[in-house]
Design a protein around this ligand. Structure first.
Ligand SMILES: [Zn+2]
Length: 259
């Protein structure tokens, strides 16, 4: 059973960064709770502990002590950046780290970048308490700049926080090799399985949620099981299929139905 420790930055008397009508502590908690819920909805073989699940004050030492004594396998600290900039970046400790720390971060970074349209500020290293004092692989993510209007506008959207959380959940799941729940994550909670039927002579599928990452051509009449309901990619929408491939959600090319 993989033990995942989610650490929403700040909280209680420490709001973190504040700007544009937003508080860092509120956003980090929302993203962490969404990440927990997606992991529990879509994956199995893990257990999750959080440094806080409400607006409570926790010192940095309390967070790492808690994760260390619980024996977490992976520590993920979620933050929002400030100071004038734009985009997403993540950190691992700038001292000596395990190979797992590096690969866990690489996967998290890649999966978050797949889901969001934040500028990619890169993979960084720093001497942060939560990275230095945790005895398991630890990564800290900085999800946009609260004091940059363009980033703040994204962070004001609950759907955008969902995307950030999905990236975190998928990155964590990949790192720990979690198994996807069978038949899970189909259609926004109606409990029915979703399908797409190709209604055009031939149609590209995609390896990732990226219109440039073409995979194979499928043909009219073929039906695929939907693993994830449609979501925005660039100017359009895609479904993720059970096979792992992605396909357009445009009703010009596919018909969606549930059963
Ligand atoms: Zn912070």
């Amino acid at each position: 059973m993989a033990k995942i420790y989610l650490d929403p930055g700040h909280g209680g008397t420490d709001p973190g960064a504040v700007a544009n009508g937003l508080q860092e502590k509120v956003l980090t908690l929302k993203i962490a709770l969404k990440t927990r819920d997606i992991l529990n909805r879509d994956y199995e073989g893990h257990t999750i502990r959080m440094s806080r699940t409400s607006d409570t004050t926790r010192s940095l030492a309390q967070r790492t002590n808690d994760a260390n004594s619980w024996g977490a396998d992976y520590f993920i600290s979620i933050h929002i950046n400030a100071g004038g900039g734009t985009g997403y970046e993540d950190y691992i400790y700038n001292g000596s780290v395990s190979n797992n720390t590096i690969t866990y971060r690489d996967k998290l970074h890649a999966e978050v970048m797949k889901q969001v349209d934040f500028r990619n500020r890169g993979k960084k290293r720093a001497n942060f308490h939560v990275l230095r004092q945790s005895s398991m692989p630890a990564v800290l993510t900085e999800n946009g700049f609260i004091d940059t209007t363009a980033d703040a506008n994204k962070l004001k959207s609950d759907a955008y926080l969902d995307r950030i959380a999905l990236g975190h959940a998928n990155g964590i799941a990949q790192a720990l090799g979690l198994k996807k729940k069978s038949g899970g994550g189909n259609n926004g909670g109606s409990g029915k399985q979703g399908y797409v039927e190709v209604i055009t002579p031939s149609l590209w599928t995609y390896n990732t949620a990226n219109w440039d990452d073409k995979a194979v051509i499928v043909n009219e009449g073929e039906v695929f099981t939907v693993a994830r309901d449609k979501f925005k990619v660039g100017n359009g929408y895609m479904y993720q299929l059970k096979s792992g491939l992605y396909i357009t959600a445009s009703t010009q090319y596919v018909r969606y139905y549930t059963r």
